[in-house]
Unconditional design. Sequence first.
Length: 205
Amino acid sequence: MANGLEVKETSRIEAFSDGVFAFAITLLVLYLKDPASMGGTSLLQGLISQWPSFLAFVTSFMTILVMWVNHHNMFKYIKKIDTKLMFLNGFLLFFVVLLPFTTSLIAGNILSSSAKVAAAIYSGALLLTSIFWYCLWRYASRENSGLLQPSVKRDHVKKITSQYNIGLAFYFIAFAVAYFSGLASFGMVLLIAVFFAVTASIARV
């Protein structure tokens, strides 16, 4: 095979995951409203007044998009699956599907007195997502697991693991910052999405 990669056995779990990512990212747009339905305001004023919803949409869209890209990249290195890996991937997807709901919370409350609570729920759900992401990779990449492509070197595994460690730490900080400022915590989540968008093309096998 090209690049030393063997035939994979992960097509079904990847197809299922792609469907879940697509479903979650599509649900995000449902929380954008037509200003005309609000009444008593011009189209422009209505659109401007919805900036929290648009910002939440962009942030969560970017987050899910980056997750999908990195999930795709991760499974380039995984050639086999087992029951535990399937469950770990399932728990990861649970929090991906939850993101549209937490997005609606942050969009509706980021300027209210409940901003800190909404940001804590939003960043907390993403923190749990990153924990299951980390567990999925660590389980698949553990030495002698037999789940990775044989061409994947241990130094490459360590490089990817360190990247996921950074994401885990950033989401924890965003969750902690929510105690002090909901808007700052929300802003950190957007920066994390940008970080992973930049590092998604980490060195290949």
